[in-house]
Design a protein around this ligand. Structure first.
Ligand code: 3PY
Ligand code: MG
Length: 257
């Protein structure tokens, strides 16, 4: 039986992947969005109200729907990363990674010893102790995705070193914070931001590091960046999808009266 490739398989094979962000609390939003066919759901703890219990419910919904659950932690800190992984996250997105040392810290927090410093208490991922042996640890170390967000011009200056971090699986560009670091917040289409994104793509390609980009919702923009070498896209956020659909349905209805 042939199954479609997972997000991790796509990252590794060079195939293009697309996902979207979740910020609402109700896990049915993850179930609903997974049904659209996204390769992954990015559960966001950085900007929004989600606590770890809600995140766990989203992860369960993503697993049931057969999609990959990434969790963006509020900060690149082992304490946050450990809790997200113990709740069952398949991968961690760490905001504002600025140096190779910070990238190493991210990777170490995602790996059990001896490769890293992840504390042992995996709960859900080890089926409450039913599966928690050496094989589980080895499998977790090779499968958990460690993803660094590059979203400050100072990080771009360090990027050639950052992308050589052993165990780092991918880069995700945060164009909005990047625009802030360039003095043009929140103009993600500003020529300086676009030129910096192109610079990031060039460096990541030199080192065969998969590079992703957050795009608020404009599919044309997303596709044109894919043509330039972006391999994975974070397309929109739950509230933006809802707001756009609601705005256009209401306006269409009124226009038709
Ligand atoms: C940014 O644009 O700064 C982001 O972090 C997108 O997720
Ligand atoms: Mg950001």
């Amino acid at each position: 039986m042939s199954t479609s490739p997972t997000f991790a398989e796509k990252l590794r094979s060079g195939a293009v992947a697309v996902g979207t962000l979740v910020s609402f609390s109700d896990p049915t939003i993850t179930e609903l969005l997974a049904g659209s066919g996204f390769d992954y759901i990015w559960i966001d703890m950085e900007h929004g109200p989600l606590d770890i219990e809600t995140v766990q419910a989203h992860i369960m919904a993503a697993e049931l729907a057969g999609t990959t659950a990434l969790v963006r932690v509020p900060q690149n800190e082992p304490v946050w990363i450990k809790r997200a992984l113990d709740a069952g996250a398949a991968g961690i997105v760490a905001p504002m990674v600025g140096t190779a040392a910070e990238a190493r810290q991210l990777v170490a927090a995602c790996r059990y010893p001896p490769q890293g410093i992840r504390g042992y208490g995996p709960r859900r991922p080890a089926r409450y102790g039913r599966a928690g042996g050496p094989d589980f640890c080895a499998n977790a170390n090779s499968s958990v995705l460690a993803i660094a967000q590059i979203e400050h011009i100072d990080a771009v200056d360090q990027l050639a070193e950052i992308v050589q971090t052993a165990g780092l699986d991918a880069i995700m560009i945060g164009p909005t914070d990047l625009s802030g670091s360039l003095g043009v917040l929140p103009q993600v289409g500003h020529p300086d931001v676009v030129a910096t994104i192109e610079r990031i793509i060039a460096i990541t390609q030199q080192h065969q590091m998969p590079v992703g980009l957050f795009v608020g919702g404009d599919v044309e923009t997303a596709l044109s960046f894919v043509k330039q070498g972006i391999q994975w896209v974070a397309l929109g956020v739950d509230y933006l999808h809802l707001m756009r659909a609601a705005d256009s349905a209401c306006a269409a209805f009124r226009a038709g009266l």
